[in-house]
Write a protein that binds this ligand. Structure first.
Ligand SMILES: [Zn+2]
Length: 344
């Protein structure tokens, strides 16, 4: 099977460059809906803001739901300091050291965007004795706005207010050897993969075995991403990143099949099915156990839904930091999902 990863990478770059911290995802969701439309995939929008595409299956009595999330880490303005700089309240879980020196985009209530830089309060080694080993916490990190302001009043006069969303620069790069470096490959690399899968079905006039929902979540990073579950659902698969590093088994060039995360084991029969597809179709894969990680699929289970769940995705190094994966990891993920949707 041939997979068009040029399309995947092109769309990935586009959506990664549309800032979308959880809670401020309308712009990227509009782009998502445009793409459903251009692929000719029927789609619906939830009241809260997510969207899902639907491919009718040979069997319409039961359905499968795939979920990937387009929301990302970010922050909101927590406080405007007396020096005119901003304290942040984080959206999602990350270490503040991971964002040090990064460009911040502050969007005010009128949708006017200011840029700035995330810095420790005591940044300069020329000035502060502790600059080299100071702790990075929400209490010690600030945003220096790229405007002339040195007081709370001046910053307010720009129209910046407590509660305004802050997005971080993704720094997307594809290297000649196939590595992809960027923030927010979690989980936009999987969103782009989902669209590649739909494109494959459309272009080759294929029908999945069961009616399939391609759900694009908008609140996953804070734990309430999946809130539409069809009545006749039999399986939910979260298409989300495998975690590369430390003692984890995941690999950037392979698809991870999670056996368990920190919430629950994934369905054993489903795991066997996914592993068998990889063996049969020679798709490079790794089975892994996630350490501090829960997917929208495991959340669906804890909400009491009677459904079998799985979680698969490309291996991504340094998750929630400056992440990296490989084109082959996306390819393996796309192939596995396509074969799974075609299987009995
Ligand atoms: Zn994720």
């Amino acid at each position: 099977m041939e997979v068009n990863t040029d399309y995947t990478l092109g769309f990935l770059e586009e959506i990664i460059n549309i800032k979308s911290p959880s809670g401020d995802t309308k712009e990227v969701m509009d782009r998502i809906r445009e793409e459903f439309q251009s692929l000719g995939v029927d789609f619906k929008k939830t009241k809260k803001g997510a969207s899902y595409g639907i491919l009718e299956g040979e069997n319409t009595d039961e359905s499968i739901l795939l979920t990937a999330h387009v929301d990302t880490l970010g922050a909101v303005v927590k406080e405007i300091k007396s020096n005119g700089r901003l304290r942040m309240a984080p959206i999602g879980g990350f270490s503040w050291g991971a964002m040090e020196g990064e460009t911040a985009y502050i969007k005010n209530i009128e949708d006017k965007v200011y840029t700035g830089t995330i810095l420790p309060d005591e940044a300069s080694v020329h000035i502060f004795d502790n600059a080299k080993d100071s702790k990075k916490t929400p209490e010690t990190m600030e945003v220096r706005i790229d405007e002339e302001t040195s007081s709370e009043e001046e910053t307010r006069a720009l129209g910046i207010e407590v509660g305004d969303f802050i997005a971080f620069e993704p720094r997307f790069k594809v290297l000649d050897n196939g590595y992809i470096k960027s923030r927010f490959l979690d989980d936009k690399s999987c969103v782009a993969s989902m669209f590649t899968i739909m494109k494959h079905f459309k272009e080759n006039n294929l029908k999945p075995k069961y009616t399939t929902y391609f759900y694009i979540a908008d609140y996953e990073e804070i734990g309430h991403g999946l809130y539409f579950i069809p009545d006749n659902i039999k399986e939910i698969i979260a298409v989300d990143i495998g975690t590369v590093g430390g003692s984890q088994r995941s690999d950037e060039k392979q698809v991870t099949i999670f056996a368990k995360d920190s919430v629950t084991p994934y369905d054993l029969e489903l795991k066997k099915k996914l592993v068998n597809i990889c063996k049969e179709k020679e798709i490079p894969y790794r089975i892994d156990v996630a350490h501090r990680y829960g997917s929208d699929a495991s959340v669906a289970l804890t909400q009491g839904n009677d459904v079998r769940i799985g979680c698969i995705g490309p291996g991504v190094d340094a998750t929630h930091h400056y992440e990296r994966t490989h084109k082959e990891g996306l390819e393996s993920t796309i192939k596995l999902v396509i074969e799974y949707l075609l299987a009995d």
